[in-house]
Design a protein around this ligand. Sequence first.
Ligand code: DAK
Length: 258
Amino acid sequence: MSLVNYELADGIATLTINRPEALNALNSQVLTDLSEVLDKVVADKARVVLLTGAGEKSFVAGADISEMASLTPREAQAFGELGNSVFRKLERLPVPTIAVINGFCLGGGNELAMSCDIRLASANALFGQPEVGLGITAGFGGTQRLARLIGVGLAKEILLTGRNIDAARALSIGLVNAVYEKEELLPAAQKMATDIVRKAPIAVRATKAALNLGIQTDIDSGIALEAVYFGSCFGSEDQIEGMTAFLEKRKPTPFQDK
Ligand code: DAK
């Protein structure tokens, strides 16, 4: 049985990591199952992904410490490589992804959330990279993505102290996009997902790719890249309908991904 539940409705794929008894800690099976579910998202042409954790307490409380505890250096490297390949797949998914952070978001959990495009959190969420207190470094891209997201100084504070931060601070430093009361989190995420579903998928995919690639390069190369993606939207049925509708002062018909 998969440890990642998958539901698809109205173009929104909801992925739920389902190990609540271990606060959804990431073991090898979760990582493998997540990878398979991401393939399904693409095959089913989902337009947005919501990624969350089962239960009331936790998004993901980190990589599974009981599985990691006895790893040899070689096995640890393999575990890191498995996680990194899945997280990279998530980050590069040609579908926007929203992490719906409903509680603990620690270590590998925070790294997972940072591999999503947008992060929405409940007011009780708790964030941190506690790895240094376990005698290890962050291993699923935390030292890289955190600095890119919130800046080097704050990333160093979080990674070197291993201190947790609450949702309000996570919001104030840009680690999350918005914070909601617990019961409002999923509806808010679904509303945001619906807004994206209604937009032209070719343009949405191109925008994500241009951002992801551009942020890794210098501004001139990034702008050149954007021009290519911009050009690639033209001639699509959705571009023609979107612009024609504007000029005719009407709403566009639903975009067709064509
Ligand atoms: N791994 C395994 N089990 C976990 C877990 C985790 N990360 N977090 C919680 N659990 C389990 C607990 O052991 C407990 O299981 P039972 O004792 O009931 O069998 C159950 O979930 C409920 O947890 P608690 O009883 O502890 O619940 P509390 O509400 O009292 O506390 C807590 C919640 C989140 C504060 C606490 O559970 C906690 O501190 N958890 C660990 C948080 C943590 O340190 N996370 C970071 C993990 S390290 C790498 C690859 C990856 C990584 C690093 C390197 N390479 C290969 C290079 C990533 C590392 C991490 O993510």
